[in-house]
Write a protein that binds this ligand. Structure first.
Ligand code: ZN
Length: 186
């Protein structure tokens, strides 16, 4: 019988393997897996979220988007089946709820994220909040090398609009987001 702890460790290990060749966009090119691990940390340590499905899905939140459907990768359908088989249907549903449709242009995907934010399951809203907190902190302290000021500001503003649609989900996480947002570049 899997315990909560073994499930979360297994999800982190699965994500570490899946993202092993990917790097973040920051100037140092830090390993991609640092980002999903940071989401798990924000949820478990900063927000005291104990729902194992949410913590597993946070570790896996970029798996379908970044590790499936591309050249030499499992198909999206194979990825979904893999998640369900290994982590269960509710983890698979949470990951799907935070996955963009990559066939759409980037601007449309960002617009849809804001539009859909209020309608996704509560666990997926927690993951979105943690994702935006992690990204704002990263952009404030170690932004992508080629992002001019306006682009960093635009990301903050878009994240702010998105989180406004999620308000009422988790007061402590929303306060953590507001703290991160205070570092908006001016
Ligand atoms: Zn993310």
């Amino acid at each position: 019988m899997d315990t909560a702890l073994t499930r979360v460790i297994d999800a982190i290990a699965f994500a570490a393997h899946a993202h092993r060749l990917q790097k973040r966009k920051d100037a140092e090119g830090t390993p991609y897996i640092n980002h999903p691990v940071e989401l798990v940390r924000i949820l478990a340590v900063e927000a005291r979220v104990q729902d194992t499905d949410v913590l597993c899905a946070a570790a896996l939140h970029d798996y379908l988007e970044d590790c499936c459907g591309g050249e030499g990768q499992p198909t999206l359908e194979e990825g979904r089946r893999m998640l369900e088989h290994r982590f269960g249907a509710s983890v698979r549903l949470l990951v799907e709820a935070v996955t963009d449709d990559k066939s759409l242009p980037k601007a449309e995907r960002k617009r849809l994220q804001v539009e859909h934010a209020a309608h996704i399951p509560e666990g997926a809203r927690l993951i979105k909040l943690a994702d935006k907190i992690a990204n704002l902190r990263d952009i404030a302290t170690s932004p992508p090398a080629d992002w001019p000021l306006y682009r960093r500001r635009d990301y903050f503003d878009w994240a702010g609009q998105l989180v406004d649609r999620l308000r009422g989900t988790h007061a402590a996480l929303e306060a953590v987001f507001d703290q991160a947002f205070a570092a908006r570049p001016v």
